[in-house]
Design a protein. Structure first.
Length: 241
């Protein structure tokens, strides 16, 4: 089964750009909906951090998405440019430069996005510092959304294997670096209903699966295999800034 026909294959790979260009209207629209659903919050944060209030930010994001719907922008996307993250960030930056002049000539896009007021509620809870530039917060939110998708996929996998309890118990360990140091392993094992040795083995397997899924998720947003490690290192460094 090809990637395009496999419903399990994530649609955020650069192949998504080719699907957006597809003559198949259903495939093209589905690709756009997936893109918008996964990345609209980082884009919204970038716009808000540029100084627009929430009303203008919602308008700007809708208008930006309207361009995507019209294929005015992504239709010319060059896969050789490398990272989808970088492409969308640059496209939005350029769009905003002329947005105020063109806003009166645009119509709101009809997309399957969640209500953007939810994005504003999330944004109001962000604890931003003076050093959080639009670019920095965009990259941090991008990274967090990517990791959220990895954890969601991992959790669903464990649920399908009837190991939801193991995942729930070990998830905090995974998020804190993957080491049991400082944790009461006996208490964790008891909570999970397994022996301590099995708990440690389960953590080893969880970490392995997590790394595989993380690499796959990153690979879906870069141009080639050689970029994966660089992108991983960059995304991890975002959390240290």
């Amino acid at each position: 089964m090809s990637e395009a026909n496999d419903p399990r294959f994530p649609t955020t790979h650069w192949t998504l750009i080719r699907r957006l260009k597809s003559d198949d209207e259903v495939m093209s629209r589905r690709a756009l909906d997936d893109l918008c659903a996964q990345y609209h919050y980082p884009l919204y944060c970038y716009i808000r951090r540029r100084g627009l209030d929430h009303h203008d930010a919602e308008d700007a994001l809708h208008d930006f998405l309207a361009r995507l719907l019209a294929h005015d922008s992504l239709i010319r996307a060059d896969e050789g440019r490398g990272r989808l993250r970088g492409y969308l960030g640059t496209a939005l930056h350029r769009f905003l430069l002329n947005w105020h002049e063109s806003r009166s000539h645009r119509k709101r896009a009809e997309t399957s996005l969640e209500d953007l007021s939810e994005a504003e509620r999330r944004y109001q809870k962000e604890k931003l510092s003076d050093g959080d530039t639009p670019e920095r917060i965009f990259e941090r939110k991008w990274s967090q959304e990517l990791l959220k998708r990895v954890l969601k996929t991992l959790g669903e996998s464990y649920q399908n294997k009837s190991k939801s309890v193991i995942f729930r118990v070990l998830r905090p360990v995974l998020l804190s670096g993957g080491s049991l140091t400082g944790y009461d392993t006996k208490a964790l094992a008891k909570e999970a209903g397994v022996a301590e040795g099995y708990l440690r083995l389960s953590l080893h397997r969880l970490l392995k699966e997590y790394r595989v899924l993380l690499r796959q998720e990153v690979l879906q947003t870069v141009d080639n295999l050689q970029d994966v490690e660089d992108e991983l290192a960059h995304l991890m460094s975002v959390f240290q800034k």
